[in-house]
Design a protein around this ligand. Structure first.
Ligand code: ADP
Length: 363
């Protein structure tokens, strides 16, 4: 329990009676980038503010590197928080913004200058020292805020939706920069976002939140390929959910398809979560799930096709460079092994998903 940040049973109800956090348990490992991911209002920023010491929990413990910080003042936590709005001091130059916290720490002027220069170089803002915040672009302002946080050499860097005020192109650049810096410097970072693509692209560990609770923790791949609830599946991108039947011998029937599982499952109803990439499309034949192409779009790296079947209208994403299928063309769909997971009945106290290892055509 000594390494990393541990949150144990964190509860927070605001003065207006709103229960923003409901028994949050979480471990943030050292030298990794962890994202808190969830829709607006699910409690991500509240949790970040509690960790930073800007709010107090009603119950639970915040333990960092074996030390209980629950009642420790914000300025003694060895953490830096970067806000969505950058929160730069408008009347201070870039350099003075970055030196501000160092001065407060009592560093000599020479040490302040050296650390500020290092931090600005890290974020690619060498040469911008004398600019004022209003003379910077949005991306440069965010980099300055990042440099200000990094200059303090904190044990934990907290980023609250750091890219949300930037346009799409810059968001991508800066998120790549943040990830590279984190890996190069071995920083421990907790990063809040509501954007699943952003979380997938930068994280070692993703923590999905819903209505004040942690609903799943895992690597981007685990969260995407083995969502433990329909909410997580839906939030992480397109997916279709089907009622299916397990025969008790490890086989699941979905319409005309039979899926072989690598593990035994109790007989009965299950839910299948299927990513659009799990479908394989073939020319119409006697086998597979029969369908008709409703529409198809070539998107460069992939082709998206909507197919009307007895199981509904299904989105099929294929990375083959195949030409778009003509509207109305009859096709057969099969399920490949990737991108299908089985959601066991909700009656289980711990929801569990099992990836499907194989699928085969129903004879
Ligand atoms: P997120 O960061 O996931 O968007 P927040 O942590 O900001 O969510 O907010 C979680 C919930 O708590 C929201 O419903 C929000 O309206 C509410 N909330 C946040 N701050 C306060 C506050 N100071 N007083 C009352 N309710 C608040």
């Amino acid at each position: 329990m000594s390494q990393g940040l541990h949150l144990l049973g964190i509860e927070k109800t605001y003065a207006n009676g709103y229960r923003a956090l409901r028994g949050v348990h979480l471990r943030v490992p050292e030298r990794r980038l962890t994202t808190l991911l969830g829709p607006s209002g699910c409690g991500k920023s509240t949790l970040l503010r509690l960790i930073a010491g800007l709010e107090r929990p009603d119950a639970g413990q915040i333990v960092f590197r074996g030390e209980d910080l629950t009642h420790c003042p914000a300025d003694q936590r060895d953490m830096s928080l970067v806000f969505q709005s950058y929160a730069l001091f408008p009347y201070l130059s870039v350099q003075d913004n970055v030196r501000y916290g160092l001065k407060a720490q009592g560093l000599s002027a020479a040490a302040q200058a050296e650390r500020a220069a290092q931090a600005l170089a890290l974020v690619g803002l060498g040469g911008f020292e004398d600019r004022m915040p209003h003379e910077l672009s949005g991306g440069q302002q965010q980099r300055t805020a990042l440099a200000r946080a990094l200059a303090l050499q904190p044990a934990l860097v907290l980023l609250d939706e750091p890219l949300s005020n930037l346009d799409a192109n810059l968001r991508r650049h800066i998120r790549e920069d943040i990830r590279q810096l984190q890996q190069r410097l071995g920083l421990t970072v907790l990063y809040v976002t509501h954007d699943h693509a952003e979380a997938m692209s930068v994280s070692d560990q993703v923590v999905v939140m819903q209505e004040g609770r942690v609903v799943q923790i895992g690597s981007p791949r685990e969260i995407y390929e083995q969502p433990q609830t329909e909410f997580v599946a839906g939030f992480m991108g397109d997916s279709a959910v089907f009622e299916a039947h397990c025969d008790g011998a490890g086989q699941i029937r979905l319409g005309p398809l039979t899926l072989d599982l690598g593990v035994p499952l109790r007989q009965g109803a299950v839910r299948l979560i299927v990513r659009p990439q799990a479908w394989c499309m073939a020319p119409a034949g006697a086998q597979g799930l029969a369908g008709k192409v409703e529409r198809s779009a070539y998107l460069g790296r992939s082709t998206e096709t909507w197919v009307l079947t007895a199981l509904g209208s299904l989105l099929v994403i294929s990375d083959q460079q195949a030409a778009c299928h003509a509207v109305g063309a009859p096709v057969s769909l099969f399920l490949s092994r990737k991108g299908v997971s089985v959601l066991l009945p909700q009656t289980l106290s711990t929801p569990q998903t099992i990836p499907v290892f194989q699928s085969r055509r129903h004879p």
